[in-house]
Design a protein around this ligand. Structure first.
Ligand code: ADP
Ligand code: ASP
Ligand code: MG
Length: 418
């Protein structure tokens, strides 16, 4: 017997037929004698629909009421799944975020989980009752409902698994595992049997939305065994071939350490800003990024062009597209202090990142990337690196071609089907 947390995403919960399929899978795991908690997302598209209503109600909506509205999607699916399980003679009940409760920090729409009451939950599971928990939601200190940011049900699932000390946290989604790149964009993407927490964390943070970044960080910290699987396979099939997220030591010896690059991710949510002719003196760059930081704007890639022949420099950087207008306002308001000439912005850019722990011990990853892109005439507008990642900013129109050629260049293409 094991204690298992199963999480089902939006596509898996979209409509009663799929919910019945989910229930059959849960029943199968329960029938094997396991203690089970299930975390569910809202039906696919539902959260977007609810967000749309909020925007329509008031462009400057109250974030506390936004949370009340958008958390509703998961309330519906948790109730429906509990009902469906009972109709199949599986004992089950729903536990809303405020009923457990799952306590979060005071931050509407992007709350972090702070603590988790597990007593009632563990007692229910021990009695053989399936606990169905709506993902994405928790309760703040003041008793109001909070949501965890888009894609937050993954984090709910890992938090439940950590809190009840589950043997496994199985994340069922609409693909059968983590691939070398988004399989919906590159048909030759290859499924990975295993990936390290660190690589998954980097891939998620640079655009692979298969798991919410925070869920991976939490799993790594709490050593939760996470597996990504398809919810569309036969519900009674044993040993589904998903992707296991593991510590680096588990990968050693598996042969995978010879793989230089594990995955490629794309992020189209960034915008580029060029601040031209900034006086090249100590404090020049601080005068740009200080006010942006004060406004909680996350600056990602940064390049400062050297200017040996002038006392001025151009500074290029990226910010989230959703923060571009605010960034421009802030820089204009600080124009006298910064002393720049012009602001140039571009939203038609994409950040492409290659990730792999193999980079630690092998040189030449960045060089291969630059050469491969150059051979196709793709211009690199900015670069940033970390220990296990190289990212480049390119023209958005060239994204698919760039991902495909890099996928081939790093030897990631799947064997063609026989
Ligand atoms: P869910 O609703 O189950 O949470 P998501 O839509 O959030 O599902 O995440 C699954 C999607 O992630 C897939 O449909 C796929 O298009 C996308 N994806 C992006 N990068 C990858 C990757 N490297 N491997 C697998 N899926 C990926
Ligand atoms: N329903 C929420 C969203 O669409 C949370 C989730 O599905 O993970 O963002
Ligand atoms: Mg998701």
């Amino acid at each position: 017997m094991a204690r298992i947390v199963m999480k089902f995403g939006g596509t898996s919960m979209a409509g009663m037929e799929r919910i019945r399929n989910v229930a059959a899978r849960v029943k199968h795991v329960v029938d094997q004698g396991n203690e089970v908690a299930v975390v569910v997302s809202a039906m696919a598209g539902e959260t977007d629909r609810l967000v749309g209503f909020c925007k329509e109600a008031s462009p400057l909506y109250d974030p506390a009421e936004y949370d009340v509205v958008v958390a509703a999607g998961e309330q519906v699916t948790s109730g429906l799944l509990a009902m469906t399980l009972k109709a199949m003679d599986v004992d089950a009940r729903s536990w809303l975020g405020w009923q457990l409760p799952i306590r979060t920090v005071e931050a509407h729409a992007k709350a972090r989980i702070e603590s988790f009451e597990t007593q009632a939950l563990i007692a229910a599971m021990a009695r053989g009752q399936v606990a169905v928990i709506p993902g994405f939601q928790g309760m703040m200190e003041d008793g109001r409902i909070a949501t965890l940011g888009r894609g937050g049900s993954d984090t709910s699932a890992v938090a439940v698994a950590a809190a009840v000390k589950a043997d496994r946290c199985d994340i069922y989604t609409d693909v059968d595992g983590v691939y070398t790149t988004d399989p919906r964009i590159v048909s030759r993407a290859r499924k990975l049997d295993m990936i390290t927490y660190e690589e998954m964390l980097e891939l998620a943070s640079v655009g692979s939305k298969v798991l919410q970044t925070r869920s991976v960080a939490l799993a790594m910290k709490e050593k939760v065994r996470v597996q990504v699987l398809s919810s569309f396979d036969d519900p009674t099939q044993e040993d589904l071939p998903g992707t296991l997220i593991v510590g680096e030591e588990e990968i050693e010896g598996s042969g995978m350490e010879n793989q230089l690059i594990t995955g490629i991710a794309v992020d189209k949510n960034e915008a580029k800003v060029i601040v031209t002719r900034v006086p090249d003196r100590p404090g020049g760059v601080a005068s740009i990024f200080g006010p942006l930081a004060e406004a909680s704007i996350n600056v990602d890639m940064i390049i400062q062009n050297d200017s040996k022949d002038r006392e001025e420099t151009d500074v290029t950087f990226t910010v989230p597209r959703s923060d571009l207008a605010r960034s421009v306002d802030i820089l204009e308001a600080n124009k006298a202090t910064i002393g720049f000439n012009r602001l140039i912005t571009d939203v038609e850019v994409a950040k492409l990142s290659v990730v792999g722990v193999g980079m630690r011990s092998h040189a030449g990853v960045a060089a291969t990337m630059f050469r491969t892109l150059a051979d196709r005439g793709i211009n690199i507008e900015a670069i940033s690196t970390s220990e296990i990642k190289v990212s480049v900013l390119i023209d958005e129109d060239e994204t698919e071609l760039a991902v495909r050629v890099l996928h081939t260049a790093y030897g990631l293409d799947a064997e063609p089907a026989a």
